[in-house]
Ligand binder design. Structure first.
Ligand SMILES: Nc1ncnc2c1ncn2[C@@H]1O[C@H](COP(=O)(O)OP(=O)(O)O)[C@@H](O)[C@H]1O
Ligand SMILES: [Mg+2]
Length: 601
């Protein structure tokens, strides 16, 4: 399940992670400096109003100095306007910078995801990877916009007020500070509990996500097997746990803020009681007392703010650990530093002629997805340029694995695969893959138009070529009756097209890309008889002038291949033409008999 590593909440502060996070600020050094200056300036302005109050009460009112009062009023206004301006600068720069950093991080993550091998995606569920690129990055944004930088402001306000209080009257300052141990205790209690409930909430959010992802993609199965009620109850349980976890954290917040208010009122009472007495005995000015009260009100806000930010920091550390974990996942399948025989002409969609095909050889290839459980054992065969090879065998015998290895979705563990004598691991990865046109049983369509799905971003393929490709594979028969023709939108996962129609589209795709080697993996297995005839004709078009490796379930589709390989439990057991294999009276013969018997029946 996709939850386990989303549960972990690490330390609140990790210097190594923090350094790496801060490195994302580097390109925006100017903005960060500006924001910090604005924050400190703003915090400085916060200190001014109580001071002005003290001035008015102690100096200008007793002296009856009206022009002095006017000056103070103007200063007060200037402070407010300045404060407003600086807060604007701070919010604007930080939010803008935060958005840019999120953009940078997401692009970096997506770029890395594109380089990771298929094996990585076997191991990591989609939901978890989505979380990395979406919500984990959002958490970091909180850190940059409201966390790290504004803590400077809080600290400045806090220490600024402490300094002013001590400067005005250190004895009364001590009275005000006497509540700090209570604050420390409350804050500690709040942080510990909120941290715990934050962890629980995240756990249940992850559970909700993975549950929904599975059930929404499998809604048809849920409805077919009438699991609605069961799943509803299961979701009810998860959702309730999520609500309860959130309610727990609401409780801590509901206690924390009023408690801080209460302590701040307590501080005010102590100041009034002690300071009031001193004013009576002329040991303190009235202005200082009022200023003390005002400062003490401002004193506790940064403290509660910082406790909140502590949670942001904690979440950010956990998220950044996961993000960096993903970014640090090594790219195990990559082009070598000095690729041999990379043919740049292969990059063109038009592709090279038969000259670029190459002589493909599997040499004693052994491979296991899971260490110790080999799926292919000592597989050797060759495909000469222009040859048509058929590959048959029971489900699970390793046919698709051969294709995955040839395209370097995985690397072999023993033996090697060569093209014209060059190990494919020594070739440029993109140039290698550019040799092959692949048609799979399960066709992946992207959201967009039909034409867009044939072209797949290759702008060099124009509309006429797209239409020609579709016509060549007889896909025009169903597309022409659609109201928007090739501009018809296919929705996510191609749900609006039938399996056979999708297969025809993927044929057209392979034709438009015009790759010299064609690989078909059970490309005709899920179509009806009428469509199969069309597809067989389309196949003939597609295979013309191309080297072909065709995996087929139905032997009829590969009977006229130059050579047929028979796989059994990860090994190639028989090889030859249709007639030769029948004469062997082995596995192929048995398969043929079985299918022939089915035809008759
Ligand atoms: N991504 C994978 N991870 C682990 N095992 C796999 C994976 N893909 C296939 N297998 C296993 O490898 C074996 C061969 O699979 P495959 O090559 O797809 O067979 P075929 O295409 O002949 O039906 C099967 O036992 C299958 O369970
Ligand atoms: Mg297969």
């Amino acid at each position: 399940m996709a939850t386990h590593d989303d549960d972990v909440i690490g330390k609140a502060y990790d210097a190594r992670l923090m350094r790496r996070l801060v490195s994302y600020l580097r390109p925006y050094r100017g903005q960060v400096v500006l924001a910090i200056a604005a924050i400190i300036g703003h915090a400085g302005f916060e200190l001014v109003p109580p001071f002005l109050t003290r001035l008015v009460i102690d100096r200008y009112i007793p002296a009856g100095d009206l022009s002095g009062l006017g000056t103070v009023a103007v200063l007060y206004l200037v402070t407010l306007v300045g404060s407003f301006a600086l807060e604007f600068v701070q919010t604007w720069t930080m939010q803008m910078t935060g958005q840019r950093i999120m953009f940078d991080l997401r692009m970096q993550l997506y770029g890395h995801l594109q380089r990771l091998d298929v094996g990585f995606y076997d191991r990591n569920p989609v939901g978890r990877l989505m979380t990395r690129v979406t919500s984990d990055v959002d958490v970091l944004n909180d850190l940059f916009t409201s966390g790290v930088v504004s803590v400077f402001g809080d600290l400045f306000t806090l220490f600024g007020i402490m300094a002013v209080l001590i400067w005005m009257d250190w004895r009364l300052a001590l009275v005000a500070f006497s509540v700090l141990p209570i604050i420390a205790f409350i804050t500690q209690w709040f942080r510990r509990n909120v941290r715990e409930s934050y962890r629980t909430v995240r756990h249940w959010v992850a559970r909700i996500n993975s549950f929904l992802q599975e059930r929404i993609t499998g809604m048809a199965t849920v409805q077919l097997f009438r699991r609605e009620r069961l799943d509803y109850q299961a979701f009810d349980a998860i959702d309730a746990s999520h609500r309860d976890a959130n309610q727990a954290s609401i409780f801590y917040y509901a206690v924390f803020y009023p408690a801080i208010e209460l302590v701040s009122a307590l501080a005010a009472a102590l100041i009034l009681w002690t300071g009031g007495g001193w004013v009576v005995r002329d040991a303190l000015t009235l202005g200082s007392l009022v200023a003390f009260l005002q400062y003490s009100q401002r004193f506790f806000r940064p403290i509660s703010d910082m406790s909140e930010k502590f949670n942001v920091l904690q979440g950010a550390m956990a998220s950044s650990e996961r993000i960096f974990g993903l970014l640090d996942t090594p790219v195990v399948i990559a082009s070598p530093a000095n690729p041999s025989s990379a043919d740049p002409s292969l990059e063109r969609p038009g592709g090279p002629g038969a000259a670029g095909v190459g002589h493909i050889r599997f040499e004693h290839v052994t491979f296991a997805y899971v260490p110790g459980q080999p799926v292919l054992r000592d597989v050797s065969f060759e495909i000469r340029p222009g040859q048509r090879i058929g590959l048959v065998g029971a489900t699970g015998s390793g046919k698709s694995t051969i294709v995955s290895l040839l395209l370097r979705f995985y690397d072999v563990q023993e033996g090697r695969i060569t093209i014209d004598g060059v190990d494919i691991r020594d070739m440029d990865l993109r140039a290698l893959r550019a040799r092959f046109g692949l048609v799979l049983q399960d066709v992946h369509l992207f959201s967009g138009t039909i034409a867009g799905n044939v072209r797949l971003g290759q702008e060099a393929v124009d509309d006429a070529q797209v239409r020609a490709a579709l016509a060549a594979v007889h896909a025009d028969r169903f597309i022409d009756v659609l109201p928007a023709g090739t501009d018809t939108e296919v929705v996510e996962r191609g749900a609006t097209l039938s399996v056979g129609q999708k297969q025809l589209l993927s044929f057209a795709r392979a034709l438009a890309f015009d790759r010299p080697v064609l690989i078909l993996d059970e490309a005709t297995s899920s179509v009806d008889t009428e469509t199969e005839l069309l597809i067989r004709d389309a196949l003939a078009t597609l295979m013309r002038g191309r080297t072909t490796l065709a995996i087929a379930h139905r032997l009829s589709t590969i009977q006229d291949m130059d050579r047929i390989l028979v796989m059994h439990r990860g090994e190639i057991r028989e090889a030859g033409t249709h007639q030769e294999l029948l004469a062997l009276r082995g596995i192929y013969h048995r398969l043929y008999e079985l299918q022939f018997a089915q035809r008759i029946a």
